[in-house]
Design a protein. Structure first.
Length: 193
């Protein structure tokens, strides 16, 4: 079977689409519910933390897939989109646009965005990348649950980690994501610039 060729720009766009499809807020909340996670992770700040962790895992899955199936220039172009992807994922549906910000507010927002991006890259994303790059994706669900419980405990002073059944359901969803994304990327020949 011949692979469909994509230009470098199309390859980056395809990777960004994969990220958007797999980090839809409603879909992530449904995933948390179907995994039977404890109530602390299903609404409010807990759901926000779950979604942030899922975005980090998804971004790492796509990055690791590009490492296998795309030229380095495409991988780097995708990684340069990280801030944009996170901003788009954090805006609720129907709230894009709005009034332009005042210059000082825009500068403050840019600084906050940069700090959030650094925390994302150095925190959860950095935790998943070595595991995925070394073919140890089976260790990701445990890391995911540990990070989720730790972040919740830090915020609330307590946290009940997901039980074994929740971990197993979450592990299955994570394995399906890895398989689906890597399989999709394998079907393309992404060309260099």
């Amino acid at each position: 079977m011949s692979k469909k060729q994509l230009s470098a720009a199309q390859g980056v766009e395809a990777a960004c689409i994969l990220f958007a499809l797999n980090t839809d807020a409603e879909g992530m909340v449904r995933l948390a519910h179907s995994a039977l996670l404890p109530p602390a992770y299903l609404e409010g700040a807990g759901a926000i933390r779950f979604c942030a962790e899922w975005r980090a895992f998804t971004h790492a899955v796509i990055t690791a897939g590009l490492m296998q199936h795309a030229p380095n220039s495409v991988l780097m172009a995708y990684l340069r989109q990280t801030g944009n992807l996170l901003r788009q994922a954090s805006v609720p549906s129907g709230e894009e646009g709005g009034q332009p910000a005042a210059p000082q507010a825009a500068e403050n927002q840019e600084s906050a965005d940069h700090e959030d991006l650094e925390a994302f890259v150095d925190g959860p994303f950095a935790g998943y990348m070595p595991l995925l790059a070394q073919g140890q994706q089976a260790r990701c669900p445990e890391l995911f649950c540990q990070r989720l419980a730790s972040e919740t405990a830090r915020a609330k002073g307590e946290a009940s980690p997901p039980d074994d059944q929740s971990k197993a359901r979450l592990a299955a969803a994570m394995a399906m994501l890895v398989s689906a994304v890597w399989d999709k990327l394998e079907h393309y020949e992404i060309l260099a610039d």
